[in-house]
Design a protein around this ligand. Structure first.
Ligand code: NAD
Length: 264
């Protein structure tokens, strides 16, 4: 259990280094019942991503991908945001979090109310036909493994980045720009090994930002401050402490040129 003093130290450090940007990974959705890929029990312990989740493998035999992901995609609406997602949405509403970069594809940040979100690896909610490009919204997709387009019979693919595919250029550009211009990067629930997302903490640090990490174990993100524990427990505590730190700073006077945060 992270002591209150460490949470408060992190909150004071973040309050002094706004604007804040968050980078999240699969770990933040674990408490919503969605397993990560690399941790024990994760999907890649059972299935080889080269066989099941590369674009090459998908083109060769899309039924392999759909056989392990189909059920999950069809049940997407059953998953709900946990206190970690909700805390980040609250931070945005309070004017304390400028932007959220996520590697997740589950849409739970938006479901929690986050609006300024970059989905670096796309979204499982958007499904499209590889032949005619018709769009479907998961979980409302035709049956079958692989599911096929109602209009043309083409194979459907989620709008997510499979291994071997390039990241959406606009999303990557925005993520790099956010990391390069924030005062603090809050890194939550990522193993920080999947490139190029794994480079964002280095980019932030290289531009003078503080990096704070929330995770069950330290990742190679190289954070100056590490808060060990589940995101759904730590983030609500950090949010409360951050509000307190900001109020304290405000009571001492907002510095010239600073925008006072909203809705504290
Ligand atoms: P990862 O699976 O490589 O690592 C998960 C990380 O989360 C680990 O560092 C682990 O220690 C940490 N973690 C586990 N439970 C946690 C908790 N309760 N609180 C805080 N941290 C916790 O995940 P990654 O780094 O995001 O990279 C995996 C790739 O897999 C990404 O590309 C992502 O698109 C994809 N993915 C997404 C989802 C999702 O959308 N929910 C789920 C699985 C994988």
């Amino acid at each position: 259990m992270v002591p209150a003093s460490l949470i408060e130290e992190a909150a004071r450090a973040i309050a002094a280094r706004l604007p804040l940007v968050a980078l999240t990974g699969a770990g933040i959705s674990v408490e919503s019942g969605i397993p990560p890929f690399r941790s024990p029990g994760g999907l890649w312990e059972k299935f080889d991503p080269a066989v099941y989740a590369s674009i090459e493998a998908f083109r060769r035999d899309p039924s392999k991908y759909w056989s392990i992901r189909g059920d999950f995609i069809r049940r997407l609406d059953d998953f709900i945001p946990n206190p970690g997602h909700i805390a980040l949405a609250e931070l945005e509403r309070a004017g304390l979090l400028r932007h959220l970069i996520t590697q997740n594809i589950d849409g739970l940040h938006q479901k929690a109310g986050s609006r300024s979100v970059t989905e670096l690896h796309g979204s499982l909610r958007e499904i499209f036909c590889l032949a005619c490009n018709r769009r479907y919204h998961a979980p409302h997709i035709p049956p079958g493994t692989p599911p096929r387009c109602d209009d043309c019979g083409g194979v459907l693919k989620p709008n997510t980045v499979l291994f071997g595919e390039a990241l959406p250029a606009e999303a990557l550009e925005r993520a790099i720009q956010e990391a390069a211009t924030c005062g603090c990067l809050l890194v939550v629930g990522t193993s920080a090994v999947v490139q190029p997302a794994a480079s964002l903490p280095r980019i932030a640090r290289g531009n003078g930002a503080l990096v704070v990490e929330v995770n069950l174990e330290r990742s190679p993100a190289g954070a100056e401050l590490f808060l060990e524990g589940a995101a759904g427990v730590i983030l609500p505590r950090l949010t409360d402490a951050l509000r307190g730190s900001i109020r304290l700073r405000q009571s001492k006077g907002t510095r010239h040129g600073e925008d006072p945060p909203r809705n504290l």
